[in-house]
Design a protein around this ligand. Structure first.
Ligand SMILES: [Mn+2]
Length: 369
């Protein structure tokens, strides 16, 4: 791009804009043919361009014109990836739960998180940013992962994430059980090299095998560390609690490159202390954030596969994620939402807000001078 003449570049940009405007109006006319809609959902486009800034992004419909319980089923009612040319961040669903060891059901996680995300509004109070205006975020839909063959599913997820990097700079994934983090980390590693990992979870997920199986939702980070995907000097877990199999679990976890901020530690340190420890550990490294929703207390996230009492509040988790606008965040996932055990969308809404914090942190980092 850089060897293009400026006027050539402008021409390209103009024709791209015209092309996507045409596509959008085609889509709008498709929508207007639906008998239930009196008018097509309006996306607010380039609403904040008083200075003629080059950023032209397609945003969710305005909830004051199209009620939030109506409209697209994408995350936060954002455009689909195929409605925009490319995205700064793609939201990817991975409906897969064949790696669970207890309650199944996280295959319905992506749709539960998307449903919970309909409530999200465009302005982030704490970060003072409109993430959908600052970045083009789009929903890339769901990966097709074989529910009968974990090894094949892991390969399919890795292939899909790798291909998605052709159309998006960052990926925020909605799981799925925690097995999905391994192929996502492989794809992230191929792009960024070894990454620091900030892992929110009740459980270590660095066990070796279950019933002889290497790929499960309790083993992704041992595999990731063994495969060299992680920078072993920059990884940590936060929110760990509950009984372990043996004290050797912790010793092996340390050898794999992890530090632990336990749930009782969070109580002692407070959110500010937890955030400080995370920042000290990861520094300027490229960092991948993996959020197992069971890091939250079952009171804050009942809809999950392996709940543990004594967890974080959603307020504590969201505050920590919000602070990651100060990190070099390269990707993230939110996993283990199993809506069959949820009540009143408590878990789906918490997970949707976790996604909003991560996307806003990415936007705030980008928007910072
Ligand atoms: Mn987990």
């Amino acid at each position: 791009m850089s060897d293009q003449q400026p006027d050539e570049q402008q021409r390209d940009e103009r024709s791209r804009e015209e092309g996507s405007r045409r596509e959008r109006s085609e889509l709008a006319s498709e929508r207007s043919e639906r008998p239930v809609a009196s008018e097509p959902p309006k996306r607010s486009e380039g609403a904040r361009e008083p200075t003629g800034a080059a950023i032209r992004v397609s945003q969710p419909p305005d909830a004051r014109e199209l009620p939030r319980f109506a409209g697209p089923g994408t995350f936060a009612r954002l455009p689909r990836l195929d409605e925009v040319e490319r995205a700064a961040v793609a939201v990817l669903g991975v409906p897969f739960d064949a790696g669970t060891t207890y309650r199944p059901g996280a295959r319905f996680g992506p749709e539960a998180i998307r449903a919970g995300s309909k409530l999200l509004r465009p302005y982030h109070l704490g970060l003072e940013i409109e993430p959908w205006a600052a970045l083009q975020v789009a929903d890339a839909g769901d990966v097709s992962a074989n529910p009968f063959d974990i090894v094949e599913a892991v390969g399919q997820i890795q292939t899909a994430a790798t291909a998605l990097y052709d159309k998006a700079d960052r990926i925020v994934t909605l799981g799925g059980d925690h097995t999905v983090a391994l192929p996502l980390l492989r794809a992230a590693h191929a792009r960024h090299g070894p990454v620091a990992l900030v892992h929110f979870d009740a459980h270590l997920d660095t066990w070796d095998t279950y019933f002889g199986a290497s790929y499960t939702h309790g083993t992704p980070f041992r595999r990731a560390s063994e495969e060299g995907l992680l920078d072993r000097t920059g990884c940590l877990h936060a929110g760990i609690r509950g009984p372990l199999y043996a004290d050797s679990d912790l010793a092996e976890d340390t050898d794999l490159g992890f530090q632990v901020i336990s749930a009782p530690d969070v109580e002692q340190l407070g959110v500010a202390g937890m955030v400080e420890r995370i920042q000290q550990r990861v520094g300027d490294r490229p960092v991948y954030v993996s959020v197992d929703i069971d890091v939250l207390d079952p009171a804050h996230a009942p809809g999950t596969g392996t709940p543990e009492a004594g967890g974080l509040s959603s307020r504590e988790l969201l505050a920590a994620l919000r602070s990651f606008s100060r990190l070099n965040l390269i990707g993230a996932d939110i996993v283990e939402v199993a809506p069959a055990y949820d009540h009143a969308q408590i878990t789906g809404i918490a997970a949707a807000h976790a996604g909003y914090e991560l996307l806003s942190a990415l936007a705030a980092r980008k928007a910072a001078p």
